[in-house]
Design a protein around this ligand. Structure first.
Ligand code: C2E
Ligand code: CA
Ligand code: CA
Length: 611
């Protein structure tokens, strides 16, 4: 635009006068003097134009720098110009919106009367300010705080409207406490799995010709050791900062946290540079994080895919991202892997197994519960048993629960499988009681997904009731990662309620997870189960010996029972006995056995333990 300049400066008039004088005056000397005046006036005018231009450039740069979106419309309310923040927030470029009525951005959330009031205020006062919901190019609706001013010409007619707006979706999210209804990850403030699913579905619906989505699932390598080494608070801070950095990197895209140390990124794009995009994310995130004086450089494992090439359904894309991530993890740490259909060949084999597992649950064949007894250390008396699932596959033989439980979790079979085990165990206890056998509590492993599903408690209590089995005969083993899984919400009150009913709770695989003392103190549990990993090399491994001794001392301080699992040798037993451990489970005492074999041992005991 050509800069305007003003003629209300004396030099300008003097210049004009000088110009006519230079033409009209008869004397050369006078003409020369007049021309000098003209020249001075011209220079002044030039300076003025330059200054004006400079101010305009500054103003434009300021608007470019502004984090607020800017939109100028003309008297007919057609968009004339926008700034870069407008594009960042809404996804629209100038050529998308030039000449359009801003109504084109409307979310459809406000009714006619809202816009009537808007125009009434703007026309009568020349300004409007308030919250308004608009829609981004890619379809997400978002709230903005909008300030509009009318600009007038000399005769008081509006020539332009200037609108400045701030994207307030993040504040809004807090305000509405979306968190409470479960859309926001409380630690990072980012969308959680559920919300991500919706956002992805919405982006897919709004894809235009030539556009695609790049998706990445990012997992922080060795996050557990950061948590263990620096403490959970530090780990939390790292996750929050990681989320922030990622969000800053993909402005206009979507960043969310799926739980734990898994983050998801989605962007709409017209570029075909998927691999470069992933490499860019990695590079940006591999800059060290400074947390409490520690400089942490993270390794990342990334699974990625693209829509619509790799699918155009949110559920399918989630699955494919996950299979890409699993494949990257299998490859080793700090790798990325884009989804390829051949990965699904792996998945195909797995899917076959999932189907077979499903059939096994439905038909009640091939699956069995074995029982491994637990003993008092000082006199060897049987004090409990752990229920362990077994799958006898017709082709593969015994499939380890360590393998198929992860599979069942990934494919949504865990609730059914978990319920099957609980029903089986409770029925078995009832059976033994009916035979007049004095019972010991039976401990059942509970997976995160059973807890997340939410109706675990009611089902459990109903089944106990149905078989008339006292709740004290059932214990639940939950690993630390289950207890910390945010998808299950705050588990403390739920555990408390179960304990009030008489059930016992143990933390399984203790020592391998994230637990901090502070966290442990708050949890309503009865027992710690010291993981086999620490027992294996006892008493010779100094580190394991120190850890075991420390856990035993700490548990005594907290009045928690400890049971050591995986005890295979007399040396291990003696070491534990000397450190004050009271209960053990392991091959030294008994292997997991089918119900009928345990039954013999149960009934051969004296009737010293009752319930
Ligand atoms: P876990 O809870 O740590 O179970 C203990 C595992 O250690 C069992 O393996 C058991 O057979 C084995 N074990 C016990 N004593 C010894 C010993 O002295 N030496 C050695 N080397 N191993 C010993 P298993 O039965 O293969 O189970 C593996 C994992 O599968 C379990 O680990 C548990 O996390 C999971 N699991 C088993 N049954 C269920 C179930 O019904 N539900 C759920 N959610 N998970 C289950
Ligand atoms: Ca266990
Ligand atoms: Ca274990």
């Amino acid at each position: 635009m050509w800069p305007s300049f003003s003629l209300n400066r004396p030099l300008a008039w003097l210049g004009l006068a000088g110009l006519s004088a230079a033409v009209l005056l008869p004397l050369m000397a006078l003409r020369a003097a007049a021309l000098t005046i003209v020249a001075i006036a011209m220079i002044d005018l030039w300076r003025q134009i330059r200054a004006e231009h400079g101010r305009r450039v500054l103003a434009e740069q300021a608007l470019e720098l502004s984090q607020d979106g800017l939109m100028i419309t003309n008297a007919d309310n057609r968009i004339v110009t926008i700034n870069p923040a407008f594009t960042q927030i809404t996804g629209y470029q100038l050529e998308d919106v030039a000449g359009l009525n801003p109504a084109a951005l409307s979310s459809g959330r406000h009714d006619r009367s809202f816009y009537d009031r808007y125009w009434q205020t703007l026309k009568s006062t020349g300004r409007w300010e308030g919250e308004i919901w608009n829609q981004r190019k890619h379809g997400d609706q978002f709230p903005e705080w909008l300030r509009v001013r009318a600009c007038y010409d000399g005769r008081g007619r509006a020539t332009h409207y200037i609108g400045l707006f701030t994207d307030i979706s993040r504040h809004k999210a807090r305000e509405h406490d979306l968190r409470r209804i479960g859309f926001e990850d409380p630690l990072t403030g980012l969308p959680n799995r559920r919300r991500l699913h919706d956002l992805l579905a919405s982006r897919l619906r709004h894809l235009r010709a030539g556009e695609g989505l790049d998706l990445a699932l990012i997992d922080i390598d060795g996050f557990k050791s950061i948590n263990d080494g620096l403490g959970v608070d530090c780990g939390d801070r790292l996750l929050a900062r990681f989320g922030q950095r990622l969000a800053a990197q993909v402005a206009g895209g979507i960043v969310g946290r799926l739980g734990g140390d898994e983050f998801m990124v989605i962007r709409t794009t017209t570029f075909e540079d998927h691999e470069a995009w992933v490499a860019g994310l990695r590079q940006h995130l591999s800059e060290p994080f400074e947390i409490e004086g520690n400089s942490l450089r993270l390794g990342l494992t990334i699974g990625s895919c693209r829509a619509p090439e790799d699918g155009n359904d949110a559920g399918v894309l989630f699955q494919r991202l996950e299979s890409a991530l699993y494949s990257a993890k299998r490859h080793g740490r700090n790798h990325d892997r884009r989804f390829r259909p051949s990965l699904e060949a792996d998945d195909d084999r797995q899917l076959t197994m999932v189907n077979e597992l499903h059939q096994a649950i439905v038909n009640n064949t091939q699956l069995e519960v074995h029982y491994q007894t637990q003993h008092r250390l000082d006199d060897g008396e049987m004090v409990g048993m752990e229920a362990l699932l077994r799958w006898r596959h017709p082709d593969y033989g015994q499939v380890s629960p360590a393998d198929f439980i992860a599979l069942a979790e990934r494919h949504g079979l865990m609730p059914a499988l978990g319920n099957w085990v609980l029903d089986q165990v409770i029925a078995q206890i009832a059976n033994w009681r009916a035979l007049g056998i004095a019972m010991v509590p039976v401990w059942v492993n509970i997976s995160a997904l059973q807890l997340i599903q939410g109706d675990l408690e009611s089902r459990l209590l109903a089944t106990l009731n149905q078989y008339r089995v006292p709740a004290v005969l059932l214990g639940l083993e939950l690993t630390e990662s289950v207890l910390l899984d945010e998808r299950a919400g705050d588990v403390s009150p739920r555990l408390e309620a179960l304990r009030r009913e008489g059930l016992q709770i143990a933390i399984d695989d203790f020592g391998t997870g994230y637990s901090s003392m502070a966290y442990l103190k708050r949890l309503p549990v009865d027992k710690l189960k010291l993981d086999r990993e620490f027992i294996r090399a006892l008493p010779f491994d100094h580190a394991d010996a120190a850890i075991t001794s420390a856990v035993l001392a700490m548990a005594q301080g907290l009045h928690l029972d400890v049971i050591a699992e995986g005890v295979e040798t007399v040396e291990q037993r003696d070491f534990l006995l000397a450190r004050g451990c009271r209960h053990v489970q392991g091959f030294l005492y008994a292997r997991p056995e089918p119900a009928n074999l345990v039954e013999e041992r149960l009934s051969k005991r004296g009737s010293s333990v009752h319930a």
